[in-house]
Unconditional design. Structure first.
Length: 399
């Protein structure tokens, strides 16, 4: 796709905002068809599927925020002139074609496309069948905005393929693919990594840990735990595992208070062998694999550790590399924890729920990347570009 002027891209986005507002009733009605057909037993996916007035407002806000951001394409990263006279400029450049595979959330159809388009990349949207009607209407809105401004609809495409067709497309794509972002659970990520022939940026898996150090403010820790665990169970930044230092003053009574608070919030509790001796009415873990599991439910594991190093090792061995928190008044211990824990976002005395483009000041995000290449954390507009070297010479040859 050709390079577009910033002014034209922003006109498309302004059109899109108007169209979303104008067609909000159609969008919500289409979403209701999806909700009516959905199995509500999977509460996390159902919550992600819902589109209401507030969600439409959020979509419009996401488009507006991206429109107001600087164009990420063509920014100079570095520039140097060599002794031989070559002038070498490294600039940001579009990826080309990005494919995103995601489940349930129709708002991804807006956020992914607005980011890719402003970053001058074509995007292929492969949403889940559970959001089919919602996504059809939202892509129609995109096509209307593009057409209004004289652009090809191919900038934003919705792919309608089953699992087998998707597998074949990944193996033998009918068009050039530069980047694939699987945004979902472990099975989806493994499926894409197994079959894709281009770069894959992993996103979506949480399984986040919080460690309560012996010098923690206990009441502050309780407040953070409740928020991280219960505020939005369907989010990849939700808390799943709680590690409490056995050297914490009043260790046993604090564990019982934590149990009471979680129960009041309807959280199912699992415990390790050490904690089971205190919270003996809770189910004890029998399979260590549960330490690696992302719950996406009102469910949490409480475990005991004897020091920060044990907590760090347990987190690095089992977490999804998304978000981890330490609760402590000891700044030195917090710094060590944050340096040693291998997660995209590490927190000191704060909820993991802040790992989000909007909350971190990035704005709309394509995903939360847990990969180390080419970017880690919220993948916003500025991160959705690659780079290119521009080398200006005057007949230089290499001897």
């Amino acid at each position: 796709m050709r390079l577009l002027q910033t002014e034209l891209k922003n006109k498309v986005l302004q059109s899109m905002m108007n169209i979303l507002d104008k067609r909000r009733e159609n969008i919500i009605a289409a979403n209701q068809k999806d909700l009516d057909a959905f199995d509500k037993n999977d509460q996390a996916l159902y919550d992600r599927l819902i589109v209401n007035e507030a969600k439409v407002d959020g979509m419009i806000t996401a488009v507006k925020e991206v429109m107001q951001q600087d164009d990420p394409v063509g920014e100079v990263i570095s520039q140097r002139k060599l002794e031989n006279g070559l002038n070498i400029i490294n600039k940001t450049a579009p990826f080309g074609t990005i494919m995103i595979i995601y489940e349930s959330r129709p708002d991804v159809t807006i956020e992914a496309a607005v980011l890719a388009f402003k970053a001058n990349s074509k995007i292929l949207l492969k949403g889940g069948k559970e959001a089919f009607h919602s996504n059809v209407v939202l892509v129609e809105c995109w096509h209307e905005a593009l057409t209004e401004n004289g652009l090809d609809k191919d900038w934003i495409q919705m792919l309608q393929m089953n699992r087998e067709e998707t597998q074949e497309f990944l193996r033998n794509p009918s068009q050039k693919l530069d980047l694939i972002v699987p945004r979902g659970g472990e099975r989806l990520i493994e499926f894409v990594k197994q079959h894709a022939k281009c770069a894959v940026l992993v996103s979506g898996r949480g399984n986040n840990f919080l460690y309560v150090h012996k010098d923690a403010d206990w009441q502050q820790a309780l407040k953070v735990i409740v928020n991280a665990k219960t505020a939005k169970i369907s989010a990849c930044n939700a808390l799943d595992k709680i590690l409490v230092d056995e050297n914490l003053p009043e260790f046993e009574s604090h564990l019982k208070e934590l149990q009471k608070v979680l129960k009041e919030n309807k959280v199912e509790i699992l415990v390790d062998d050490k904690v089971s001796g205190i919270l003996n009415d809770e189910q004890t873990i029998t399979d260590k694999a549960i330490w690696k599991e992302e719950f996406l439910a009102l469910k949490s594991v409480i475990g005991s550790v004897s020091n920060p190093n044990e907590a760090i090792d347990l987190i690095n061995e089992n977490s999804g590399g998304h978000s981890s928190t330490i609760m402590t008044k000891d700044a030195s211990t917090a710094e060590t924890f944050m340096e040693q824990v291998d997660s995209a976002a590490v927190y000191h005395n704060a909820s993991t729920r802040f790992t989000d483009g909007g909350s971190m000041g990035v704005g709309a995000e394509l995903a939360i990347s847990t990969d180390k290449l080419h970017h880690r954390g919220p993948l916003g507009l500025k991160q959705l570009v690659t780079n290119k070297y521009y080398v200006h010479g005057d007949g230089q040859i290499r001897e």
